[in-house]
Ligand binder design. Structure first.
Ligand code: AMP
Ligand code: GLY
Length: 426
């Protein structure tokens, strides 16, 4: 099967690593990819926002399956573009329709969907310039802390958790009046703060049935002990010890099943990955957000634990055969630690030479590249999150320690990483 994977991060390196192990994958193209994905397939210089170029490439190379890594092309309707084009509509498409991607692309749409299908989530209200004054009044009377979210995609930065009313009002004003997040923030969701511990749960769905992938926990804060600024993710672990069979049963019954049934009932085309950002409030699961793709860096711990052939699972999804399909999961723990640039997540320097990346670290560790590029024969930094090391072990602590050992061999100027990933599970 001729496959094209879209994206260029650590998530896509992990997906390319796994897809390339399948007997079905031949050839595997990655667009635009990174030097890490080039180890497992052929990188193609395509801009993932240019649907026309993607379509042309697919026709020229007779692509049979397209797997979309990041959310942006999905939210912008890449699926719908493919389905409305004669030459492209037969390609197996892994990723939801524009409507399905709204679960991530619009917080207000997602909240309304959750309400329609009685899925447990934080209480909320939505506001725009039209009911701005009402919003201010609502905020003044709201219990603290208050969670304020820009409706649209804001690159993970559109959420403010405010501990004072004045701060909440200021944030609200910035989003609506000053368009802090542009169009994305013209509509604002104000919601109740849920206190608990977060985890990420993923499924592959064919729109009617689903396969549950291993769960993961990611570490978003930049500094040790979950302090510092929010980032794209500094590390992750899988499995998550508090995700017991009893807890996961509640997650499936209260959140996953009603979501998939809701997609089916509302006739929303959805074949692909669906990410549930959950919070456990004293053992009861609530959903904070949906994402229409895999998480990053969660993918870098989940995919290594997946023993089944990923291409086979994705084909089964496109054929609506997930009901008959099972997955096999490695019982071991996997932890990943992300190496980031000095100054991340605010600023970072591109073009710093990375040494040691291509050493062999044994079967227990995998290095996934993220913000890297090839330059004058070297691999250099290109993004704030540069690469991560995922390791297998019998316990989370051992897996983290193994990744930390590998980190010692890789270096670039200003490289840093958290040493306390998985700290709650020691
Ligand atoms: P989101 O972009 O919706 O995932 O929000 C980003 C982060 O903000 C989440 O991962 C949570 O840590 C936090 N968050 C969002 N909504 C809530 C909420 N209602 N209660 C507590 N924390 C929240
Ligand atoms: N790690 C969270 C995300 O991918 O959105």
């Amino acid at each position: 099967m001729r496959i094209l994977l879209l994206g260029s991060g650590g998530r896509e390196h992990a997906l390319a690593w796994k897809l390339s192990q399948s007997v079905w994958a031949n050839p595997l193209y990655i667009a635009p990819g990174n030097p890490g994905t080039a180890q497992h397939g052929i990188n193609v210089d395509l801009d993932i926002t240019e649907f026309h170029s993607i379509g042309k490439f697919c026709i020229k190379e007779k692509i049979e399956m397209i797997v979309v890594g990041p959310e942006e092309p999905l939210v912008n309707g890449l699926y719908d573009y493919f389905k409305s084009n004669e030459g492209l509509k037969k390609i197996y498409f892994i990723g939801p329709s524009r409507k399905g991607a709204l679960l991530e692309g619009s917080k207000a749409f997602a909240k309304e969907f959750m309400q329609r299908h009685h899925i447990p989530t934080a209480a909320y209200r939505e506001f725009t310039i039209n009911n701005y004054e009402e919003g201010i009044k609502y905020l003044k009377e709201h219990a603290l802390p208050i969670v304020i979210k820009a409706d649209g995609l804001a690159g993970g930065k559109g959420v403010a958790i405010c501990t004072h009313h004045l701060e909440a009002i200021a944030e609200f004003e910035l989003m609506i009046q000053e368009a802090k997040f542009g169009e994305a923030g013209k509509k604002v969701v104000v919601e109740e703060f849920l206190k608990g511990i977060e985890l990420s749960v993923f499924v592959i769905t064919d729109g009617k049935n689903y396969l549950l992938l291993p769960e993961a926990k990611d570490y978003k804060r930049a500094r040790e002990g979950d302090t510092g600024l929010n980032t794209g993710g500094m590390g992750a672990v899988s499995p998550v010890p508090f995700a017991t069979p009893d807890f996961m049963h509640k997650v499936e019954e209260r959140i996953i099943r009603p979501t998939i049934a809701g997609l089916d009932k509302e006739k929303i085309d959805y074949v692909g990955f669906l990410f549930f950002g959950l919070i456990s409030v004293q053992g009861e699961p609530y959903i904070i957000e949906y994402n229409c793709r895999m998480g990053d860096p969660e993918t870098e711990v989940i995919i290594p634990r997946l023993e089944s052939d990923l291409v086979g699972l994705l084909i089964a999804a496109t054929q609506h055969e997930l009901k008959k399909t099972q997955i096999r999961v490695d019982k071991r723990s996997v932890a990943t630690v992300m190496a980031v640039c000095r100054g991340y997540p605010i600023t970072y320097q591109k073009g710093l030479v990375i040494t040691g990346l291509e050493e062999k670290f044994g079967k227990q560790s995998l290095v996934f590249q993220a913000g890297t590029a090839k330059q004058d024969g070297n691999i250099v930094t290109k993004g704030g999150r540069v690469f991560c090391v995922s390791s297998y072990a019998d316990t989370i602590t051992e897996a983290v320690n193994t990744s930390l050992d590998v980190m010692e061999y890789i270096d670039f100027d200003g490289m840093n990483y958290r040493t306390d990933i998985g700290f709650e599970f020691k």
